[in-house]
Design a protein around this ligand. Structure first.
Ligand code: FAD
Length: 383
C-alpha cells in the first residue's frame, strides 16, 4: 500500500545499526528503499562479528527508535543502568548516578538490536534488503553503484539518493575524498580495547546488574555492561603498548592482581588466562569530516560521517539522531533532496563535531574524573 510509482529510489549502503534504522525512516516515507550490505544476513549467520557485544542506549537513541515504532520492543530487551558503579582498587564499590533521580541508560545487545531493525525495515513492502553486496564504487553524477558479489561477480544499480551508512571505513565516503573542499581527519587513539565475558554465578549476575560498572585506573580503564543472559561484557581499555607487554597467562593474572583484583574471582582466573589471548586488542578511530553531502545525490550518516571514540557512549546514539534530524529536514523541505542535503550538512556537522570532541575529551578526562570521585567518596562518606 505504501508503494507509490512516483517515489524515488533511495539506496542505503550498510545495514548496521544506523543503516537498518534509516531504511525504516525512508520506507515510512514511501520511498523505494534498497539496502546493500557487504555481510551476509546476520539473522541467519552462525557467528556475528561485531564491534562490541552490547552498548549503552541513551535518550537520543530511544527517541529515534520511537519514530519508527521500535522503542518498546528494544527497551523491553534492555537492562536499565541507573548509575555508574565505581570499583576502587581495594574492591570497594560506589555508585555515581547519571543525572536526576529516575534517569537511566539501557544496556542493549548490539546483534539483537541490529536484527530487530532489519526485520522492522523488511516489514515495509517498499524495502528490499540485499546482503552480500559490497559497494566498490559509485558515481556522484549518475548515482550508479558497483557492488562486488561473492565468487568475484559484480552488479550495478542506480539510485536517486545514496545514503552512506557503511561505518567508520566507509566506501561511500571515498568519493568525497576525491572532491575539492571536502574536509577530512582521522585519528587513531593510542588505546585499544578487548572484551571479556563475566559469567553468571550460581545462576545470577556476578555483580549488581543495574549499573554500568567502571574500574578507573589512570591510563587504563575497564567497564562492564550487563546482558540478558546474566553475563556481563567487560571491556578493557588500555594503551596498545600495555596490551603487548602481556604475553603469558601468568602475566595476565599478575596484571589483573595489580589493577583489577576484584575482577579475578568474578571473571575467573582460568577464563582470564584463556580469553585474554582469544582476540587481539582492537583499535579505535575518530573520524571527522564535512560536508556530509554531495549535491542532491549522496549523504553520509552514522560512523561513516563521524566515527567517535566510545568513551562518551554516544556513537550509535548520535547516528540514530542523524536519522531523526534528516527526517525533520525532509518535512521542512518537502523531500526536495537538493535543499534537504545542504541543510542537513549545515545543521548536523557542528553537532556531530561537538560529540566527537566531547568523546575525545572524555577519553582523557573520564578516568581522572572517576578517580577523583573515588577519592572523594572514600574520604567523604556524604558524597
Ligand atoms: P556500523 O555499525 O559500523 O555498520 C556499518 C555497516 O556497513 C556494517 O554492517 C558493514 O558491514 C557495512 N559495510 C561496510 N562497508 C561496506 C561496503 N563497502 N558495502 C556495503 N556495506 C558495507 N555507541 C553508543 O551509542 N553507545 C555505546 O555504548 C557504544 N559503545 C561502543 C563500544 C565500542 C568498543 C565501540 C568500538 C563502539 C561503541 N559505540 C557505542 C559506537 C557504535 O558502535 C557505532 O557508533 C555504531 O556501530 C555506528 O553504526 P553505523 O551503522 O554507522 O556503523
Amino acid at each position: 500500500a505504501l508503494r507509490r510509482e512516483d517515489k524515488k529510489v533511495v539506496a542505503v549502503v550498510g545495514a548496521g545499526l544506523v543503516g537498518a534504522l534509516n531504511a525504516c525512516f525512508f520506507a515510512k516515507r514511501g520511498f523505494e528503499v534498497e539496502v546493500f550490505e557487504t555481510r551476509e544476513d546476520i539473522r541467519k549467520a552462525k557467528v556475528v562479528k561485531g564491534r562490541s557485544i552490547n552498548l549503552a542506549l541513551s535518550h537520543r537513541g530511544r527517541t529515534a527508535l520511537k519514530h519508527v515504532g521500535m522503542e518498546d520492543k528494544i527497551v523491553s530487551k534492555g537492562i536499565p543502568m541507573n548509575a555508574r558503579m565505581i570499583h576502587s582498587l581495594s574492591g570497594k564499590q560506589s555508585p555515581i548516578p547519571y543525572g536526576k533521580k529516575g534517569q537511566y541508560i539501557l544496556s542493549v545487545d548490539r546483534a539483537n538490536l541490529n536484527k530487530e531493525l532489519l526485520t522492522a525495515a523488511e516489514t515495509y513492502p517498499n524495502t528490499k534488503l540485499n546482503f552480500d553486496h559490497k559497494l566498490q564504487d559509485w558515481s556522484a553524477e549518475t548515482g550508479l553503484m558497483t557492488f562486488a558479489r561473492p565468487h568475484g561477480s559484480k552488479t550495478q544499480t542506480q539510485a536517486d539518493l545514496i545514503v552512506g551508512c557503511d561505518g567508520a571505513f566507509s566506501a561511500v565516503r571515498k568519493q568525497f575524498l576525491r572532491r575539492s573542499r571536502f574536509n577530512y581527519s582521522q585519528t587513531y587513539i593510542p588505546h585499544g580495547y578487548m572484551e571479556l565475558t563475566m559469567r553468571p554465578r550460581n545462576g545470577e549476575f556476578a555483580m549488581k546488574p543495574n549499573y554500568l560498572h567502571i574500574w578507573p585506573r589512570n591510563t587504563f580503564m575497564m567497564i562492564a555492561l550487563p546482558n540478558l543472559d546474566k553475563t556481563f561484557t567487560c571491556t578493557l581499555f588500555m594503551p596498545f603498548e600495555e596490551f603487548e607487554k602481556i604475553s603469558t597467562g601468568d602475566e595476565v593474572i599478575e596484571f589483573f592482581q595489580k589493577y583489577f583484583p576484584d575482577a579475578i574471582p568474578l571473571i575467573g582466573a582460568a577464563t582470564l588466562r584463556r580469553d585474554y589471548f582469544r582476540l587481539p586488542a582492537q583499535a579505535m578511530v575518530s573520524v571527522k569530516c564535512s560536508p556530509y553531502h554531495i549535491g542532491d545525490k549522496c549523504v553520509l550518516m552514522g560512523d561513516a560521517a563521524h566515527a567517535v571514540v566510545p568513551f562518551y557512549g554516544q556513537g550509535m546514539n548520535a547516528g540514530f539522531e542523524d536519522c531523526i534530524v534528516f527526517d525533520e529536514i525532509m518535512n521542512q523541505f518537502n523531500e526536495d533532496f537538493s535543499a534537504v542535503l545542504p541543510e542537513y550538512s549545515r545543521v548536523r556537522v557542528p553537532d556531530d563535531h561537538a560529540i566527537a570532541d566531547l568523546a575525545m575529551y572524555n577519553y582523557v578526562e573520564v578516568i581522572q574524573f572517576l578517580l577523583h570521585m573515588l577519592h572523594m567518596f572514600f574520604s567523604n562518606a556524604n558524597i
